[in-house]
Design a protein around this ligand. Structure first.
Ligand SMILES: NC(=O)c1ccc[n+]([C@@H]2O[C@H](COP(=O)([O-])OP(=O)(O)OC[C@H]3O[C@@H](n4cnc5c(N)ncnc54)[C@H](OP(=O)(O)O)[C@@H]3O)[C@@H](O)[C@H]2O)c1
Length: 289
């Protein structure tokens, strides 16, 4: 009985491994994978099995998934390669006889029109059609997408976006990892599709939260998608990423990153981290730096 985690060298995969260990899963039953296993050295030292897995190189997947019972397939970062990567992983998991594939998708993947949702929707369809027992975790927008901007927000006294007065049910990565760990360690859940979001807010409300926590006025500056894309590119984001982020805000404005589902709270068995708590934690971390 082993559980393979892909993207364990990244934030969500790593947090999920940590939660599995904290929940008492024996380390030798966890297989942490990534493209660069040197990033997983501390896990190996703690008895976690570490294997190399590159979605672009299916041979590595056959070795990485051998003997696995359950696979947590964390979607990869490069937008244009995301579907091909996921398809390679699903095919390899089928060859390895994995009995459950848990995929991290995006909120409202069936209906969302934003560019980022496209590969997730195609992956979900491929997974459902594959015949493999599956669980889909439709992860909400990360709270960290905002709290990571703290230094810039503090410097310019502004949060930028194109979200108008749309509401985003953002959730902390730690909570989303806890939900993944719950699904991985419990029976049931087969064929479930969970919409995982936290307490919703508008970006104007989030700016007010930053103002309150930081004790200084933070504006929400709403701008057209083209201007926001140009601003992000000017700030150093690669053009493809800048376009995807601004386009996601247009989706947010259309309600594509909103959910009133309580799936996250049910899976983690406690209230989800709020935007206020996340901003407070980020401000405290910044101060102690
Ligand atoms: N909900 C949201 O707001 C949101 C925001 C951003 C991203 N996402 C999605 O959620 C995923 C997890 O988020 P995160 O914060 O954990 O991202 P992250 O920290 O960037 O981690 C991404 C992981 O994917 C791995 N990866 C990338 N390409 C790969 C490939 N070809 N083969 C094998 N592994 C590969 C990376 O491995 P390396 O260490 O080798 O690079 C890394 O471990 C992202 O990849 C993205 O699909 C969601």
């Amino acid at each position: 009985m082993s559980t393979v985690i892909t993207g364990a060298s990244g934030h969500l995969g790593r947090l999920t491994v940590d939660q599995l260990l904290a929940a008492g899963t024996p380390p030798e039953q966890i297989v942490a994978t990534g493209r660069d296993t040197s990033k997983l050295g501390d896990l190996a030292q703690n008895g976690v099995v570490v294997r190399r897995a590159d979605f672009a190189d299916p041979g590595t997947l056959d070795d990485a998934f051998a003997g696995a019972d359950t696979l947590l397939l964390v979607s990869t970062t490069t937008v244009g390669e995301r579907f091909d990567n996921a398809r390679n992983a699903i095919d390899a998991a089928r060859r390895a006889g994995v009995s459950r594939i848990v995929y991290t998708s995006i909120l409202n993947a069936s209906a969302a029109q934003m560019t980022l949702a496209d590969a997730h929707r195609r992956t979900e369809e491929y997974l459902r059609a594959s015949g493999a027992p599956f669980v889909i975790l439709r992860n909400g927008w990360y709270l960290e997408n905002y709290t990571d901007q703290l230094p810039m927000i503090t410097q310019y006294h502004a949060l930028l976006g194109s979200a108008h007065d749309g509401r985003v049910s953002a959730a902390g990565r730690r909570d989303l990892a806890a939900a993944a760990a719950a699904v991985l360690t419990q029976d049931g859940h087969l064929a479930a599709t969970y919409e995982l979001g936290g307490t919703p807010f508008t970006l104007a409300e989030l700016a007010a939260t930053f103002s309150e926590v930081l004790g200084t006025h933070i504006d929400y500056l709403d701008m057209p998608v083209a201007d926001y894309t140009a601003t992000l590119t000017g700030a150093g984001l690669p053009p493809e990423m800048a376009a995807a982020v601004a386009d996601a805000d247009a989706g947010l404005a259309r309600g594509e990153l909103f959910t009133d589902s309580d799936d996250l709270v049910k899976l983690i068995g406690r209230p989800a981290t709020t935007a206020r708590e996340a901003v407070r934690n980020a401000a405290d971390a910044e101060e102690s730096r």
